[in-house]
Every structure is written in structure tokens, then in C-alpha cells.
Design a protein around this ligand. Structure first.
Ligand SMILES: [Zn+2]
Length: 125
């Protein structure tokens, strides 16, 4: 189990910028990174090729994510301004890490959760 998530400010901004762009719809992106030594390191946010914005996270077709071990989870946005995972978010958990950004999508509006829904320390470097 990892206890900490780290990401560079530059990489995180790619995700946050798209969150702002598609607001008030939800942004959903794949998280590419590495988990080792109790730490998850996010390297990149990827736009899913089959993504349709505004459908909402719960209707996101996770079965269509290509088999790729470098995809460690999914990031999505909450236009509501609350970055807690909903029941639906937990029912559709993919991978080992979930990031949720709450409106207005600043660096401090992001929270990270593991597959049990437990909040993980999130550090922007
Ligand atoms: Zn959600």
C-alpha cells in the first residue's frame, strides 16, 4: 500500500487546465505513473481516446482502457466544488489511485484516494 502521492506542478497543471476548460462538465483523464516504496509518483495525465466529456465519471467505460500497467488510476473533476468521492466513484474505481479535483481547480483543490476510499497524502512538487 502506498501512503503518499507526488506530482510535479507542471504535470498537474495539464489535468487542472482541462478541468477548467470543460467546466461545468467533468474532466476524466488516465493517470500514468509508478507505485513503489509506499509512494505513487504521477508522471503524466492522458486523455482517454474514447472520452466524451460531460457524461460523468460513473458512466466512464473503464473496460475500454487499454491494458497498460503504467496506468495506475483515473483522475476526474467535480464541478460541485467537493473533492470527496461519491458512492458511484467508489463503485467505478479503476487501478490503485483516484484523484479528484474540485472546482475552481487550483492545486490545493485536488485530493487523492486509494481503492478503499481512504484519503492519501498528496504533494505537489
Ligand atoms: Zn466523482
Amino acid at each position: 500500500m502506498f501512503r503518499k502521492v507526488v506530482v510535479s506542478g507542471e504535470v498537474l497543471e495539464v489535468f487542472l487546465e482541462l478541468c477548467r476548460e470543460v467546466f461545468p462538465r467533468e474532466n476524466i483523464m488516465l493517470i500514468r505513473g509508478k507505485i513503489r516504496g509506499g509512494m505513487a509518483e504521477i508522471k503524466e495525465f492522458l486523455i482517454p481516446p474514447f472520452s466524451t466529456y460531460g457524461e460523468g465519471f460513473s458512466s466512464f467505460p473503464t473496460y475500454m482502457i487499454p491494458f497498460d500497467l503504467s496506468i495506475i488510476g483515473i483522475a476526474h473533476s467535480h464541478p460541485s466544488g467537493n473533492n470527496s468521492p461519491s458512492d458511484e466513484d467508489m463503485n467505478h474505481f479503476y487501478g490503485r489511485l483516484m484523484l479528484i479535483a474540485a472546482y475552481p481547480y487550483g492545486k490545493d483543490s485536488v485530493a487523492a484516494y486509494n481503492s478503499k476510499g481512504i484519503k492519501i497524502e498528496f504533494t505537489v512538487e
